[in-house]
Ligand binder design. Structure first.
Ligand SMILES: C[S@@+](CC[C@H](N)C(=O)[O-])C[C@H]1O[C@@H](n2cnc3c(N)ncnc32)[C@H](O)[C@@H]1O
Length: 327
């Protein structure tokens, strides 16, 4: 079944650089697709600096904002001061979407937005360790209150586990070679900083230097995903989003790399197919969990990419909850 349509660009929303220097990605497309109306209840599971939340509030929606990162709090408090009745923020993981919604007194919501990954301020603060562009401790935790850091993983995982991690979460084709080099190096000096790790990866992959992305890009992406359990959180949150959604409710997910987009795409496909006629189900059956319809995929236009290069790899997938469960 063909269900993807591409909508490119087309924005009547002006550039909004919110506090802390994060430009919300695909904002016009999120707003157009979400059909937000006054009084609707939305959960923004990835509040960041509140770019998308602010636009929802300005259109009269009530918003519960979640973010793992305590550094989102200042922007959140500013929005709470401006919209005290309609906005609340909590430092929580969106993998607890349903619990957070119920704790907030919402049994059902009209929309859930997930804008995955890290924000520009997180990437651009060397001390957070997300980027190799500035020297910082290899941390990468969105929630700095607990959990293993990227340094812990690089210094403690076996060569096999590092290989798997770089391959599966980073799509790094030379994962084994990188893992071997890191394990050899850490025998005499543990990794502590971003620039140290980046230069060892670059030395291991010298043929990658010319022209393309930095040789350590995929390794850094993989470590960030592992440190923050990003894949697990997404897999846990998607079914909860459908569960707490009103009929006609909207699920909007922005992803930035093919691994997470694949998770979203497969989930939407499973939950929207009215009929199951795959090799697993040779006798065509009605899908007992068909919850979604009207799926669309949106990509950023050239104008948005020129304005905000971070948008280059973004893709937004949107689906609408069925009136009723088809049984
Ligand atoms: C791309 S930014 C979102 C930017 C936001 N839409 C804006 O316009 O400012 C992603 C944010 O989600 C947060 N985040 C990522 N995974 C999370 C999770 N599992 N639970 C809660 N927050 C998460 C990150 O800390 C980061 O602040």
């Amino acid at each position: 079944m063909e269900y993807e349509l591409n909508f490119v660009g087309g924005s009547e929303v002006e550039e909004t650089r919110v506090e802390g220097g994060h430009i919300p990605v695909l904002l016009a497309e999120v707003l157009a697709a979400s059909r937000v109306r006054p009084g609707q209840r939305w959960i923004d599971g990835t509040f960041g600096r509140g770019g998308h939340t602010r636009a929802l509030l300005e259109r009269g929606a009530e918003v519960l904002g979640l973010d793992l990162d305590s550094e989102a709090e200042a922007a959140a408090r500013a929005l709470e001061a401006r919209w005290p009745k309609t906005f609340k923020w909590k430092q929580r993981n969106f993998k607890e979407l349903k619990t957070c919604s119920h704790e907030h007194g919402w049994d059902k919501v009209n929309g859930v937005l997930l804008d995955l990954g890290v924000s520009s301020p997180q990437l651009e603060t060397p001390g957070r360790g997300f980027s190799f562009r500035g020297e910082g401790l290899l941390d990468m935790r969105m929630d700095q209150r607990s959990g293993s850091t990227a340094a812990d993983l690089v210094n403690e995982l076996s060569e096999g586990d590092l290989t798997k991690l770089f391959y599966e979460y980073g799509g790094e084709r030379e994962a084994k070679r990188v893992a071997r080099a890191l394990v050899a190096r850490r025998r005499h000096a543990l990794f502590r900083t971003t620039t140290d790790l980046a230069s060892v990866v670059a030395e291991t992959l010298p043929h990658r230097r010319a022209g393309g992305i930095h040789p350590a890009t995929k390794v850094f992406q993989a470590l960030r995903i592992a440190v923050n359990g990003e894949q697990e959180a997404l897999v846990a949150a998607l079914p909860q989003a459908i569960e707490i959604m009103q009929p006609q409710g909207v699920l909007a997910v922005i992803s930035f790399h093919s691994g997470e987009d694949r998770v979203v795409k497969q989930f939407l496909r499973e939950r929207s197919a009215e009929w199951l006629d795959t090799p697993r189900h040779p006798n065509t059956l009605r899908n007992p969990i068909c919850h979604l319809r009207d799926m669309k995929r949106y990509l950023p236009g050239e104008e948005e990419i020129a304005r905000n290069p971070r948008a280059r790899s973004a893709r937004l997938r949107v689906a609408v909850r069925n009136e009723e469960i088809l049984l």
